[in-house]
Design a protein around this ligand. Sequence first.
Ligand code: SF4
Length: 236
Amino acid sequence: MSVKNLVEELKKISENFKNQLLNSFTQYSFERYYRRRYETKYKLIDLLKSLGIENCEVIHVSELIKCKQQCIFEEHYIKTPEDYAKYCFRVSMIFGDAIEREVIDLMKLPKGYITFKKIEVGSKTYVIVGSCDAIFEDYVIEIKARTKFEQDRVFPTPLQIAQTKLYAWLYNKQYGLLILVHPNDVNVIVEKAYTDNEVRDLILTWSSPRYPFECIYCTFKDICKQRQMQVLITDY
Ligand code: SF4
């Protein structure tokens, strides 16, 4: 084989390997973060229907803490791992996931199970569903990681704090532990569970966006009529 052909061949192999790796990452992340979330939600909706409970709205924790319109876009546009790769997937999600698994394994933590809880808001019933990362004694655990390249971003974000507080409420715990893994350090923040009234407030204030900074990183910003770009990027 000539040197030129060998170089071409090696280029092809590395390109194929890279594509396979990215496809595997995307497929894994799609299953882990997306398909499971909606499967859980739709199964619960079906279960409630089969029990004759129809007049209620089921919301996943990961939806309620963020922009409402973004959830609507995600449900509408993302059906396959390819759609997910186009709209949601970032390689940094794999870092986060790997750190989460390591923390759970090293600390021998039981993983969070799927659970749901009913709450009345005015005349309407809502059911909040989700599963936290892990449980430690009487605390729910949420694990978040930040790479070296994300050091300019606020950490934890208000979303991550709200998620921890909401999971603590969902699991009927008083507190949640938010484990923050930085490139050179680890912080553990204790967050008090939301009260029922705070969860009602979260439902009533579910807006698009919930936090203005969400629009800056939102993959749907070009088609969204509700985006708020007036926030200074340097704020987040
Ligand atoms: S651009 Fe902003 S308001 Fe629109 S979906 Fe994204 S986060 Fe929500």
